[in-house]
Ligand binder design. Structure first.
Ligand code: NAD
Length: 434
């Protein structure tokens, strides 16, 4: 395994040093080929996501393929302009000089992907790596094997190994790759493994982006439009059965609107997934038995006011809302990453915000209120990766909003132009006349 990793990095470095990937036309052609490859493989992508996670075709297309194609098109539209050297002013003490910033690729990048959006989270970073002119090795998650194989086959069909390659496998494969001297590491996954990746990167002083997880709160204040809040929380929480890094992890709701919101959430779940979700064949599954068991243990925390049933044979947990939760409950000690929503009630939001601030910085935060003063207060008081007001998830679908975490939810960001930036070194040059 180690030899294979070493050989791959050497082969890619030799290819990178030919300079071919530095040509912007070459990169544009590579991105166009990727687009054609995805179109050709579309049915197989949908099948793989169905096999691995029971994602319906509509959900798989909307939350994986469409996002990748959108990023591809946006990048193709802007790459010439992003890749061009940028002239900047020179300080007045040196009037005979000009200054220019040259974006240049790092070299050979490693992309390690998780299983929850196994297609999107491998190809999203790849678009940035290619756009910036790098070679890249992708290590997909072993927990979604059908998608991992398809990523391998698609990439092998579209690109020579010396340019873009996929190395499939489990932890040993990741470890072998992390021993090599890449020029950039882009990791998406858990905070725990993020620490391992950063330690390995430190050995060779490799710059990293870490897209990690955490517990993202959603707050519903007493003046919120409750029907809208319920709709948007249900969509954000139960997409992919809650296995979404930016899903609302838990809910803080003002006591005056608690009962009404819970009833709206109940109605919305029924509207979206049917009166009996256990019989809904297209509700996504929990990825494996280990995660199913971990999640099942939470079902007895507090009181299940909605849902609470599960089926181990089908790895199915129905959308569940837990009341009577305390900050010490087991469900509040780790990222849930499943269709279980604990609810806290408040009459004064301030102690709740203090509690959020005391805990690791969330990847996302969602606030439902019309009060601009409260919006301002929460945005200035709480540090978190990014989020939405009166919405969930959608901040991560905009090409114009860099997406990433802060503190234990990650470092660095990507999407849109930022994906190009993150895989580029900015070489600053001052040129003086004789
Ligand atoms: P994970 O950290 O277990 O695995 C991610 C990748 O790391 C996989 O390819 C895996 O093979 C590899 N890996 C696992 N153990 C390793 C080790 N000891 N050494 C080296 N590599 C190792 O994460 P996961 O379970 O696949 O994904 C779920 C987590 O990812 C959640 O915490 C979620 O919030 C987070 N996530 C974050 C984002 C984001 O954009 N911020 C997106 C999706 C998922």
């Amino acid at each position: 395994m180690m030899n294979q990793a070493k050989q791959l990095v050497n082969t890619q470095r030799t290819f990178f040093n030919t300079g071919r990937t530095k040509n912007v036309e070459y990169r544009i052609d590579a991105l166009q080929r990727l687009r054609k490859g995805i179109e050709k493989y579309q049915q197989r992508i949908l099948d793989a996501l169905h096999t691995d996670l029971n994602k319906s075709a509509a959900e798989a297309y909307g939350s994986e393929i469409r996002i990748v194609l959108g990023e591809l098109d946006f990048t193709l539209e802007h790459l010439q302009e992003w890749a061009a050297p940028c002239s900047v002013p020179t300080s007045s003490i040196m009037p005979d000089a000009v200054s220019t910033i040259y974006p240049e690729p790092y070299g050979v990048a490693l992309i390690i992907a998780p299983w929850n959006y196994p297609f999107q989270l491998a190809f999203g970073p790849l678009i940035g790596a290619i756009a910036a002119g790098n070679c890249a090795v992708i290590k997909p998650s072993e927990l979604t094997p059908a998608t991992s194989h398809l990523i391998h086959d698609l990439i092998q069909e579209v690109y020579p190994q010396e340019y873009i390659a996929v190395m499939e496998g489990e932890v040993e494969t990741s470890t072998a790759l992390l021993n090599e001297k890449f020029d950039y590491i882009f990791f998406t996954g858990s905070t725990g493994v993020g620490r391992i990746v950063m330690k390995a990167a430190a050995e060779h002083l490799i710059p990293v982006t870490l897209e990690l997880g955490g517990k993202s709160p959603a707050i519903v204040h007493q003046d919120a439009d409750l029907q809208l809040a319920a709709q948007r929380i249900v969509r954000g929480k139960f997409l992919n059965a809650g296995q979404t890094c930016v899903a609302p992890d838990y809910l803080l709701v003002h006591e005056q609107v608690h009962d009404q919101l819970v009833e709206q959430i109940r109605a919305e779940i029924s509207e979206k997934f049917g009166a009996n979700v256990m019989e809904n064949a297209s509700f996504p599954h929990i990825v494996n038995a280990r995660n199913f068991d971990r999640l099942s243990a939470f079902l007895t925390n507090g009181t299940a006011v909605i849902g609470g049933r599960s089926n181990r044979d089908q790895l199915m947990i129905e959308p569940t809302v837990l009341d009577d939760i305390s900050w010490d409950s087991p469900v509040m000690q780790e990222e849930i990453f499943g269709p279980i929503l604990p609810v806290f009630t408040y009459n004064d939001l301030n102690p709740m915000l203090d509690e959020i601030v005391r805990r690791p910085k969330p990847l996302a935060l969602y606030l439902f209120t019309e009060s601009e003063a409260l919006q301002e207060q929460v945005l200035t008081q709480v540090s978190f990766g990014g989020g939405c007001i009166n919405e969930t998830l959608s901040h991560m679908t905009s090409h114009y909003l860099p997406f990433g975490g802060v503190g234990e939810s990650g470092m660095g960001s990507y999407h849109g132009k930022q994906s190009f930036e993150v895989f580029s070194h900015h070489k600053s040059i001052l040129k003086r006349s004789k």
